[in-house]
Ligand binder design. Structure first.
Ligand SMILES: NC(=O)C1=CN([C@@H]2O[C@H](COP(=O)(O)OP(=O)(O)OC[C@H]3O[C@@H](n4cnc5c(N)ncnc54)[C@H](OP(=O)(O)O)[C@@H]3O)[C@@H](O)[C@H]2O)C=CC1
Ligand SMILES: N[C@@H](CC=O)C(=O)O
Length: 386
């Protein structure tokens, strides 16, 4: 059974069934039916007929190629079947036929205000539309970091659009795959606190890789395993190069009050030049180019009893300016950031309130299920309140 099919068997009951009317539901358009998008559909499917399910009405699902829509509401399982990412149900023939995917269709299907776009893509084209949707009064909930984690200009456009229309931007899944990181930073500042610094593990895939790498198995084999488990970006070089962590650092920094540009973050990439230059299709075969450099770095750390961890740091200097960097560090084995398991993200935050002992937030930081849960938590939050 493939991963898509597995997502749709034996759904857990996540909430008690209650009666509710469709008119109370918020219309939702889901973009992306890959690792995260399929998990969103599976979670919505498991909510069918429950109080949570009645609050969100799926009206549009698309990937980069095809879309299905129905203003009266789509069954998540059938939509997945129609788009070819889950087993086809018997009565799917009676459902709307898939049409070519177009981002212009969102306006027609959600109307001008009140609906939610869930972005489960890694698409620049989709991220470039976030501010426009918000400016129309459409809420955006996103796992994609290209909205807030790229240029300051785009970040400001997103914030301005939210301010002007009251539309909301759900970004919990962009850093820590739904962990309460961005929320905590914002709540501290809302209470008058000022953030001084943060340091942490912000990549679930790199956490998993360095929690498992023992210098014996080739590093490239572990990268393939992390990719197949759904922890990496669609192109694993985005993780290995530190670009994904750069974007998360930028998002966290801005949420902490530091309006930095991506180039303000110093990045130490793990990707050798010969791998960086390849097309995406050629990457898998060339992954062994990682093996020797990583084995050497592992051996150097091992001899000193240290552990390799990919760390992001933001500090404020005496002149009040911030400095951010991300890269591989060899840490003493008992260092707090060396602890953790699986895909754990772990972030320490120093502020006026937490000046000596930092506030520490830790938990799984990648994976389809936690990310989908983070997206739908945000969708419930920005949709019509209950
Ligand atoms: N995996 C994880 O643990 C986490 C992922 N994220 C983020 O979630 C996002 C999705 O990741 P993941 O599911 O792994 O990626 P996948 O590559 O598995 O899926 C991406 C999906 O986006 C679709 N897509 C691309 N362009 C468009 C478009 N213009 N319109 C509609 N759909 C489009 C693709 O379509 P097609 O199928 O046709 O190619 C595909 O279905 C990324 O931004 C990632 O950074 C965030 C937190 C954790
Ligand atoms: N590829 C990312 C997924 C979540 O953002 C990671 O490894 O953390």
């Amino acid at each position: 059974m493939n991963v898509a099919a597995q997502a749709f068997v034996s759904p857990r009951v996540l909430a008690r069934p209650v009666a509710a009317t469709a008119s109370e539901a918020t219309r939702v358009a889901l973009l992306g039916t890959g690792t995260v998008g399929r998990a969103v559909l599976a979670r919505l499917d498991a909510w069918s007929g429950t109080a949570l399910g009645e609050r969100l009405q799926l009206v549009h699902v698309a990937n980069s190629r095809v879309a299905v829509r129905d203003a009266a509401g789509l069954c998540p399982r059938q939509a997945a079947g129609l788009l070819g990412v889950a087993p086809v149900a018997v009565d799917d023939a009676r459902r709307p036929a898939p049409e070519p995917s177009s981002l212009d269709a969102i306006d027609a299907v959600l109307g001008t205000t009140g609906g939610i776009v869930i972005d489960a893509t890694a698409s620049e084209d989709v991220a470039a539309r976030h501010a426009g949707w918000l400016a129309q009064g459409v809420h955006v909930v996103t796992a994609c970091k290209l909205g807030q984690g790229t240029s300051l200009r785009r970040w400001r456009e997103i914030r301005a659009a939210c301010h002007d229309t009251g539309a909301q931007y759900g970004d919990s899944a962009t850093v820590g795959a739904g962990l309460p990181l961005l929320r905590s930073l914002r709540e501290l500042q809302a209470g008058g606190d000022r953030i001084h610094a943060f340091a942490g593990i912000l990549s679930g895939s790199l956490a998993w890789l360095f929690n498992h790498y023992d210098g014996m198995r080739p590093f490239s084999a572990l990268v393939r395993q992390a990719r197949d488990a759904g922890y990496t970006e669609p192109d694993p070089r985005d993780d290995l190069s530190g670009e994904d962590v750069r974007r998360k650092t930028v998002i966290l920094a801005r949420a902490a009050g530091f309006e930095i540009e991506p180039h303000d973050v110093e990045v130490d990439s793990l990707v050798p030049r010969e791998l960086a230059l390849l097309s995406k299709a050629a990457v898998d075969a060339a992954l062994p180019a990682l093996d020797v450099p990583l084995r050497q770095r592992f051996a150097g750390a091992y001899k000193k009893g240290e552990k390799l961890r990919f760390v992001a740091r933001l500090e404020t200097r005496e002149d009040g300016r911030s400095h951010a960097r991300v890269g591989l560090e060899a840490l003493p084995a008992d260092h707090p950031l060396a602890a953790g398991a699986g895909t754990d993200n772990k972030v320490a935050i120093w502020s006026d309130r937490y000046a000596t002992q930092p506030l520490v937030i830790q938990g799984p930081g990648a994976g389809a299920e936690v990310t989908a849960a983070g997206l739908l938590d945000d969708a419930l939050r920005v949709g019509r309140p209950r």
